[in-house]
Design a protein around this ligand. Sequence first.
Ligand SMILES: *Cc1c(COP(=O)(O)O)cnc(C)c1O
Length: 370
Amino acid sequence: MTSLDDLPIRDDLRGRTPYGAPQQAVPVALNVNENTHPIPEDVAHDIVARVAAAILTLNRYPDREFTALRRALAEYLGHGLDASRIWAANGSNEVLQHIMQAFGGPGRTVLGFAPTYSMYGLLASGTGTTWVTAERDGEFELSAETAVAAIAEHDPDIVLLCAPNNPTGTPLSLETITAVADAASGIVVVDEAYFEFAEPGTPSALTLLEGRPRLLVSRTMSKAFAFAGARVGYLAADPAVIDALRLVRLPYHLSALTQAAALGALAHSAEMLGMVDEIRAQRERISHRLAELGFRPFRSGSNFVLFGGVDDPHSVFEALRARGILIREIGLPGCLRVTAGTETETTAFLEAIAAFAPRTLAGTENRMGS
Ligand SMILES: *Cc1c(COP(=O)(O)O)cnc(C)c1O
């Protein structure tokens, strides 16, 4: 049998492991931060009609510039953006890949603040970019001083700011983002994959774009928008950045079906985002209840909660999986991550996790202490 090691694979890919969040059919899947509410049926019907119409012209290549989609995304984002400042791809992962292809590559570095989104390192290795990380402050926060010091130390070609951060949920202040944009000599990407789950009134990094041509803000339809299966991510930046990304994308990278489906979803954005308030409420419920049980939930501006105080994360993960509840082991000692699901899913999780509580409700320690 041939193994990977027998192949003339690139040296820098030897020994790497692929992205591998478990994909399993379980009754309660709260492991990859999807919106667990299904798409509203009337929206689904409109999307089907648009996709059906697009099928009739699949003999032709799709609009390479996905102009209608870029217009719709600009309108959704607001902030005075227009289509010339919008990019999109098959998931924001592909958007990030385009950024690394255009601005990273061999001999260049990309800086992130660990622990952060595991795909950043994988996208770096796939594009031959060196991935360097700096530590966060206590409680996974990231102050302007800490971030700026890391930029001074590494002088990276690209800085990736995950706001709020995955897997910790930590919101990121505009103060830190502004300081990073001022300090960095290269590209600064703010990954706002979970932005719609932030407290209402939280300002987006989109408000900082004007006059900052090296600042890029990426978003996705995978999370709040309940559209993970369609694979649509996007970005707002200076038109010159969009021109740079055109150099590296594959021609016609967004299929006509993807464009039609995304346009259908965006035409119903209010309905598609209709469950966001409810998901935020379930997130708050998770944090509150986990604290009551003696776990240590971290501050979250996303649709998931990272919590510490878990005696043996792997055995808790397995025990919940045996009950049909899939959450996420992320390799942080004493920690697990759970996505806020529907009320029923969230209840199932909270009932199951109570058996592993560090303290009983009377407040006495019954397992591992604080
Ligand atoms: C889920 C996620 C994404 C989105 O990935 P898609 O490719 O758009 O599905 C991007 N960034 C972070 C931090 C995420 O957690």
